[in-house]
Design a protein. Sequence first.
Length: 229
Amino acid sequence: MTTSAPLTQDELKTLVGQAALQYVVPGEIVGVGTGSTVNKFIDALATIKDQIKGAVSSSVASTERLKALGITVYDANAVESLAVYIDGADEIDGKGYMVKGGGAALTREKIVAALAGRFVCIADESKLVPVLGQFPLPVEVIPMAAAHIARRFAAEGGQAQLRLRDGQPLVTDNGQHILDVKGLAIADPLAFESRVNQWPGVVTVGVFAHQKASVCLLGTAQGVKTITY
């Protein structure tokens, strides 16, 4: 008797990316996120590109991938609303609240999510957590405020570190920097998001509570599990 090998993380990402196609509304513009799991969705979306009007993208990287596959990309300002936004998460809890921003696109992701009537999160089961905060929280900041905001997090027990790329501060698609904050346990994501967003110099905090997931397609060893919030 032989047993099949467990699916790899890459295979799980492919499964949830394909499963997300069922939430795409024919004839509409779909909101598309950023990251390795979303890349699998973009590849799957290309197989039905003739059935959609196009996409609104949350990053330069996703825009380039969509266009390379022949999918029309619209500016967010050109649409009034989207039926659905499909994106990954670095963490998601039992209520559909998420931490996002590992791919440095959190601000644009939150903008596109705010346009959408429904947020479909695609992730593997390792991203499901009881309390947000195990993954370092990304916070996009105006560069001159980075040290001040890091001190504010330190006062709350968090350790904020400037994200670097090739030894230099990473610059987002919006021309800003990112702090990654360790040591947090975000028990009340809604209140936390609202409060940190008020700090001068914060562009976007990577807690997605006000724009939480409606559905999560979770890649598991048993296949894709659908969680509705």
